[in-house]
Structure formats: structure tokens, C-alpha cells
Design a protein around this ligand. Structure first.
Ligand code: NAD
Ligand code: ZN
Length: 482
């Protein structure tokens, strides 16, 4: 019999909410990975069982500990079955915790197969809790910069302190970097309109101290000085499992898709937390995200001894100048239309810091007319992109980080194919290879990013901070939060 549509949607809502609360309570990526094999066995056992056996099986997996009782009651609702749990059952024993976690996973696998219309095997749907300023209750208030409505601007508001899940940590934010993405959100341009759903807390670059850790977190402690990867990936898809989590199709970004770090506190999955050495300041911790973009762009090319052209000396381009010097480039040529930024590039060690009109001559002089070995394209501006293809040597490599605002035309045979070029598209930071490289470079003292930080504001002066970025006069702009 078909259910009336409102009953069906109520049932669907209930199933989703039950599924999420079970997953919330018990299934972390780590538990999933370590119990995967066991879970798969259980899953097959479960699938093959008859209805009666299913119920008996269910009962077998639960003891009388609090976790068991909670999850059993969730499952009864979720699967719409009744089964008796013997309160005095002691057969469960010391294996209890592992078994019921594995069982939950098996239920998800089962559900995933049912959900997967393509039937290409078990794939667990990505789960990203919705954390918005609006849906938290009964928490003390903290200050945060909120994108409140679908229109220009952002405002400092009291919002409830973020609540952490068992696999998350609460971080007291001390410094946060402001970047171009925040300007897009502030201006509420086409990209922001298509991507963001107000209300939410903005900001994705930060450092601070751990204030609270979830029950399942073992390697992060209260008081730890940390920063974090702001791209939250599902950890389970093929790309994540093959070392390519930076291009996980299920990525959610803090301050874009869920609440961000322009706030006194932020909740982060423990897996995204990155510890800071004692010698690394909160200022530098707070700019690990854009610095990581520069590290990723530079260090996935062959920099030692290379001649390098960096087109675009925004904060990321200026970081890249210092990184290429530290990594042993023999010549670093940086270009920008802005004199102030060229000054910063020189300060970070560029051999030549020149305007677009002067680049060709600088490259020819430095390479005997051959062209540079590597270009790091860090402007996203079509004129600079064409210049990158023109000035890289035959057989050279172009690392593309800058994001053009609209499609651009390339003469592929002339600009790419018959030059035998290699092009690498940069997305975020490699997890967590880039982070590890960044820490080692900072630790060695070969690369100092502090000159790039030119402006500091309290969160209350968000309008001034955004104006400083738009002026083109700034290197990196940061909020001093605590
Ligand atoms: P930014 O906008 O501050 O820097 C761009 C710089 O390019 C500016 O200084 C600008 O003056 C300069 N420029 C303009 N025209 C130029 C020309 N013809 N030749 C040389 N330089 C020129 O941005 P940023 O924060 O440093 O980021 C750099 C780029 O990387 C942006 O396009 C940004 O959207 C993009 N980005 C990409 C990723 C990624 O994962 N791929 C991550 C962060 C940022
Ligand atoms: Zn993934």
C-alpha cells in the first residue's frame, strides 16, 4: 500500500534524522576504516538473513551498555523493527564497543546499496552536518562575523557557541586570514550567490587553541596550538582513499558551505586539525591556508635549479616567491601590475619583480631567450595566462592556481601542444603532504612569510579589512580575534 505523500515525507525525514544521529554518535572515519572488513562480513550476513533472522541478528549485537541501548533504540526506529534487548545479557563482553560500531557501519553499507540507484557497489553517501548560526540552541553566545542575508556585507553578531560532535574539536580562534573568497562573499557576487546559503559564519583561514575535544578524539588535546585544513572531505570516496583528498568531490569548505572561523570559536573535525610548532606564531598559523596554496603550487613542480616566472603577486604569489627561493630556484621572476606588490615580491627574494610589459625582456635576459622552466600562474588574469604560455620554455611546465572569472580562449596547438607543455591544476592543499612540507620549511627557517602580513584589524572593522584588500595596497590582511 502506498503511503499518503505527507506520511511518506515524514517517514523519509525521520529515517534521515535517525540515520544521521546514529552516524553522529558512532561512526567516525577512523572507526569505519578499522572495522571495514568486519562490517562487510556483517553486512553480507545481514543481507542474506531472513526477516526473522534479521531481528535475531540485531539482538545479538547489543549489550546493556549505554551506547548499545542508545543505538539499539535508534535502529529500531530507523529499520522499523522491534527486537528485545535483554538487559542482563552479559555475553556481549569486552568486544561490545567494536561490535556495535561495526554493526552501525554494516547498516550504512546496507542503506548505501539501497540508495545507490546505479548499483555500482556500496558507496556511502557523504554526510556533512549542517552547522549554521540559525540552528543551534542553548549554547552560550560568542562573537562572529555572519553573512546574514543574501545581499552585500557581513555583520558582527552574537551567535551560539558551536557544538562539537564526538569526532570534532572546539578551537578558540586567535588569528584569521581574510582572502579573496571572503571578498566575493562580502560583495555577494555571482559566484557567492550560486554557492552560499546565508545565514552562516564566514572565514576559512585561522589558528588558535583547542578548547574542547570530542569523546572519540585521541590525538588532539585541550590547549594544543593548532591551525586546520578548511576543506572538509568525506574521507571515504575513491579519491580520498587514493591520496587525492584535495579533489574529493564531496568537499565542504568552512566559511562557505558551513560555519567558518571569523568567530571566537569554531568546531572542526579532528582529522583536519594541524598542530603548530611552538616556534610558529598564531599570525603565521592563521595564514597556513593561502601559504599552503603557494607550497602546493611550487612544490609539485621541479623547482631546484629552475628558472621560475610567477605571474601575479597577490599574497599567494608573494609567498610563492619566498618558497621558490627557499626550494633552490636559480632565478625567480615575478610580475604584477601593482608597484606595492612588486615591492613585497622583492622583499621576499624575487630576482626580478617587473610589470607585465617588462616580463618578456626579463625572461629572455634570464634564460638566454629560451623561456623559463616553470611558470606559477597566480593571477587568474587572461593576459597573464597567455603570457605564461608564451614565456615558458618548450617542454616546460605551468602550474595553474589563479582562477579566471570566466572561460578564456587558448590557441591549444600553438600555446600548449607543440610546446610539449605539462599543465598542472592546483586545488587547495594536498592532504596532508603540503602541510607537512610547509611545517618543515618553516621549521628550517628557510622561509619567513611574516613580511607578507601588512594589515591587522579587529573583526568589528570588517568593512575596513575588505576595503584594504580591494585597494590592492595590502599583502595579507588578518583579523586579530583573541
Ligand atoms: P590576488 O587577487 O590578490 O592576486 C592576483 C594578483 O594578480 C594581483 O596582485 C593583481 O594585481 C595581479 N595581476 C593582475 N593582472 C596581472 C597581469 N596581467 N600580470 C601579472 N599580475 C597581474 O589573489 P591571491 O589571493 O594571491 O590569489 C591568487 C589567485 O589564486 C586568484 O585568482 C585566486 O582566486 C586564486 N586562488 C586559487 C586557489 C586554488 O585552490 N586554485 C586557492 C586560492 C586562491
Ligand atoms: Zn572523498
Amino acid at each position: 500500500m502506498e503511503l499518503p505523500s505527507n506520511a511518506a515525507s515524514e517517514r523519509a525525514r525521520m529515517v534521515t534524522s535517525q540515520r544521521n544521529s546514529i552516524r553522529d554518535a558512532f561512526v567516525t572515519t577512523r572507526e569505519y576504516m578499522s572495522n571495514r572488513k568486519y562490517a562487510q562480513q556483517l553486512f553480507h550476513q545481514y543481507e542474506l538473513a531472513t526477516e526473522t533472522q534479521k531481528h535475531r541478528n540485531l539482538r545479538e549485537y547489543f549489550g546493556n551498555c549505554t551506547r548499545c541501548l542508545t543505538i539499539a533504540s535508534h535502529l529500531q526506529l530507523y529499520l522499523q523493527v522491534q527486537f528485545e534487548i535483554k538487559k542482563e545479557d552479559s555475553a556481549h563482553g569486552s568486544n561490545c564497543s567494536q561490535r556495535h560500531v561495526a554493526f552501525c557501519v554494516s547498516v550504512f553499507l546496507w542503506q548505501a546499496v539501497q540508495d545507490d540507484t546505479s548499483k555500482h557497489g556500496a558507496r556511502i553517501a557523504p554526510y556533512h552536518p549542517r552547522r549554521t548560526a540559525a540552528n543551534r540552541i542553548n549554547r552560550r553566545n560568542v562573537k562572529a562575523l555572519v553573512k546574514e542575508t543574501a545581499g552585500p556585507g557581513m555583520v558582527l553578531r552574537d551567535v551560539p557557541e558551536p557544538k562539537i560532535r564526538d569526532d570534532e574539536v572546539l578551537i578558540r580562534v586567535r588569528r584569521a586570514g581574510v582572502c579573496g573568497t571572503d571578498v566575493h562573499i562580502y560583495d555577494w557576487d555571482d559566484w557567492a550567490r550560486g554557492r552560499c546559503k546565508p545565514p552562516f559564519v564566514v572565514g576559512h583561514e585561522f589558528a588558535g587553541d583547542v578548547a574542547q575535544v570530542g569523546r572519540l578524539v585521541t590525538d588532539v588535546q585541550e590547549g594544543d596550538r593548532v591551525t586546520a585544513e578548511g576543506h572538509i572531505v568525506d574521507g571515504r570516496c575513491l579519491l580520498c582513499r587514493t591520496g587525492n583528498a584535495h579533489v574529493c568531490p564531496y568537499t565542504k569548505i568552512i566559511g562557505v558551505d558551513r560555519d567558518g572561523c571569523f568567530a571566537e570559536y569554531i568546531a572542526m573535525p579532528a582529522t583536519n586539525v594541524w598542530h603548530l610548532d611552538d616556534s610558529i606564531s598564531y599570525d603565521v598559523g592563521g595564514i597556513h591556508d593561502p601559504m599552503g596554496n603557494a607550497f602546493h603550487t611550487a612544490l609539485t613542480a621541479d623547482i631546484p635549479g629552475a628558472t621560475v616566472l610567477i605571474t601575479g603577486c597577490g599574497p599567494i604569489g608573494i609567498f610563492a616567491v619566498g618558497i621558490c627561493r627557499a626550494a633552490g630556484a636559480s632565478r625567480v621572476i615575478a610580475s604584477d601590475i601593482n608597484e606595492k606588490r612588486l615591492g613585497l615580491a622583492r622583499m621576499m627574494g624575487a630576482h626580478d619583480a617587473v610589470t607585465p610589459g617588462e616580463v618578456e625582456a626579463a625572461v629572455k635576459a634570464a634564460t638566454g631567450g629560451l623561456g623559463v622552466d616553470v611558470v606559477l600562474e597566480m593571477s587568474g588574469v587572461p593576459a597573464a595566462i597567455h603570457q605564461a604560455f608564451a614565456l615558458v620554455r618548450v617542454g616546460g611546465r605551468i602550474q595553474m592556481l589563479g582562477i579566471p572569472v570566466k572561460p578564456i580562449e587558448l590557441d591549444l596547438p600553438r600555446e600548449v601542444i607543440f610546446k610539449g607543455l605539462t599543465i598542472y591544476g592546483v586545488v587547495g592543499r594536498r592532504m596532508y603532504e603540503t602541510w607537512h612540507q610547509m611545517t618543515r620549511f618553516l621549521r628550517a627557517g628557510e622561509f619567513d612569510p611574516t613580511p607578507v602580513i601588512t594589515h591587522r584589524f579587529p573583526m568589528s572593522e570588517v568593512d575596513a579589512a575588505i576595503a584594504a584588500i580591494k585597494s590592492g595596497e595590502a599583502g595579507k590582511v588578518i583579523f586579530e580575534i583573541a
